[in-house]
Design a protein around this ligand. Structure first.
Ligand code: HEC
Ligand code: HEC
Ligand code: HEC
Ligand code: HEC
Ligand code: HEC
Length: 196
């Protein structure tokens, strides 16, 4: 009896340690991701996976413009005037709202100026956001690509982060070729459509 209870206590203690490690990696700020530090620690996973908010509710320009767009503070405050209003990260958000300033989000995906990438064509043809941006719904920070992924966390620990989707010319062209071959699309392969 006594031995059994001992194992039980040990089991509970072990479980508690594992949970606290899991929680701390979950909420951990990206260690070396300097350029990806955001002014507010906005968790995509909470909004998309837990609360089922559609990508395009926030990135509402994606299907009609060149840009996907980042939601305004007003849009955030639609929920956060009340939701979690007492949390530190939401207090920061409220501060921007009160000052009437936009949140200075750090840009993550950026093509050089001499290229033309329109979201509209890609979203309308039925590509998912994830095909190019990865599993954003699992990320705590888009830039750092952290989040509850044991493999990724292990890599982070030894100083390696997963690669961002390769935003190279070859990446664009490979997909254009592939799509034109397998589907009835006319994705451009000529220089001037992407460079003007
Ligand atoms: C509740 C609003 C909200 C929802 C829902 C949302 N996002 Fe975001 N997204 C943001 C905000 C705010 C940022 C800027 C902060 C950041 O980069 O984390 C952002 C940033 C991004 C970025 C990086 C932009 C850059 O700077 O290059 C990508 C890519 C992105 N979101 C994709 C998605 C995808 C895909 C989904 C659905 C799976 C989604 N988002 C759902 C609010 C949202
Ligand atoms: C449709 C409603 C909705 C919108 C719009 C929304 N959020 Fe949220 N947000 C939530 C909910 C629900 C939670 C989870 C709160 C909880 O844990 O109880 C949350 C959690 C958060 C958290 C984590 C708070 C914490 O520390 O636990 C942050 C930060 C946040 N939101 C920022 C934003 C920002 C920035 C925007 C605008 C880009 C935004 N939210 C738009 C509903 C929303
Ligand atoms: C075919 C690949 C592709 C698809 C599909 C795609 N994106 Fe993007 N996204 C990009 C590239 C490339 C950039 C950088 C564009 C630039 O710098 O001109 C970008 C930039 C962004 C940005 C930051 C700047 C901006 O445009 O406002 C956000 C936010 C974003 N994408 C969200 C989304 C969402 C949400 C979806 C799905 C509705 C989506 N993307 C679908 C490739 C893609
Ligand atoms: C995952 C696949 C995929 C990737 C990656 C991709 N594209 Fe495309 N792109 C397409 C498809 C499919 C079309 C054709 C849409 C159609 O026929 O309506 C297209 C169309 C376009 C068009 C034509 C738009 C128009 O209005 O006709 C441009 C410009 C373009 N892509 C630029 C880029 C650039 C630049 C990149 C890299 C940064 C890129 N694409 C990456 C699949 C992709
Ligand atoms: C589908 C879109 C697309 C097409 C078609 C395309 N490019 Fe590009 N190109 C890009 C993108 C996106 C970049 C930026 C890539 C980067 O920063 O790594 C780029 C970069 C370049 C660069 C800078 C060097 C480099 O490789 O980064 C040159 C030069 C260039 N392109 C020339 C051309 C020429 C010449 C053609 C026609 C034969 C062409 N491109 C066709 C999208 C395209």
């Amino acid at each position: 009896m006594k031995a059994k209870a001992g194992v039980g206590v040990l089991g509970v203690a072990l479980l508690a340690v594992l949970i606290s490690i899991a929680l701390s990696t979950w909420s951990r700020q990206p260690a070396t991701a300097k350029p990806s530090e955001q002014p507010i620690n906005f968790p995509h996973n909470v909004h998309v996976e837990q609360y089922k908010i559609d990508c395009q509710y926030c990135h509402s320009e994606a299907r009609r413009s060149e840009y996907a767009g980042i939601p305004s503070v007003t849009r955030c405050m639609g929920c956060h005037r009340i939701t979690a209003a007492d949390r530190p990260e939401i207090k920061k958000l409220t501060e921007y709202a009160t000052k009437g300033e936009p949140v200075p989000w750090v840009r993550v995906y950026k093509m050089p100026e001499f290229t033309y990438f329109p979201h509209k064509a890609h979203v309308r043809v039925g590509l998912t956001c994830q095909e190019c941006h990865g599993a954003v719904e699992k990320m705590t920070t888009v830039a750092a690509r952290t989040g509850p992924s044991p493999v990724h966390d292990a890599l982070s620990v030894v100083g390696l982060r997963g690669n961002a989707p390769p935003l190279t010319m070859g990446w664009c062209i490979d997909c254009h070729r592939e799509q034109n071959r397998t589907k009835d699309t006319k994705a451009p392969l000529d220089c001037v459509t992407c460079h003007h």
